[in-house]
Design a protein around this ligand. Structure first.
Ligand SMILES: [Mg+2]
Length: 161
């Protein structure tokens, strides 16, 4: 579990429970005192839990509508992500071409939301087939991007920067 915290420099940071422990606890404190001290710190700093179980609940629920050959799951789901991302691009393309002459702004936004949802479904299933937690992926991604922002390399290229 990670927490999002706005620093004195008004930047957003992620902190783990271990980070908080090192910051506010001492080894001679009882476990109860440590727990209370950590909870008090979280409240006083207005640190927000980055993710609750929503991501994981959604990921679990996608199993209800999962229908693909188990021996081709990774291929099927990877292609599904690309296919649905293509549908997002298609809706954007048509909006550029047609503007609001074919659908209203509200209708277009709903259509985009639906396609984004389709991308999310395939991401959740692919993660599940790889025994990965969607919540953990979201946390790790946020930590990676905030780290890049902190180092001033968010606009560069390369996976490991
Ligand atoms: Mg779709």
């Amino acid at each position: 579990m990670k927490y999002l915290l706005r620093g004195d420099d008004s930047q957003l940071y992620t902190v783990t429970r271990d980070d908080i422990y090192r910051l506010v606890c001492t080894p001679d404190m009882s476990e109860e005192d440590q727990e209370l001290t950590i909870l008090n710190w979280i409240e006083s700093e207005d640190a927000q839990a980055f993710s609750d179980e929503t991501f994981n609940d959604y990921q679990e629920a996608t199993l209800e509508t999962a229908k693909y050959p188990p021996n081709k799951a990774l291929e099927y789901l990877s292609l599904g992500i690309a296919s649905e991302a293509g549908e997002v691009a298609g809706k954007m393309k048509k909006w550029i071409r047609d503007g609001d002459s074919k659908m209203t702004d509200v209708e277009w936004k709903q259509a985009m939301a639906s396609e984004i949802g389709d991308v999310l479904w395939y991401c959740a299933r692919l993660a599940a087939e790889l025994d990965l937690s969607l919540s953990q992926i979201a946390e790790d991604n946020m930590e990676k991007l905030l780290g890049r922002k902190e180092r001033g390399v968010i606009g560069g290229s390369g996976d490991n920067r």
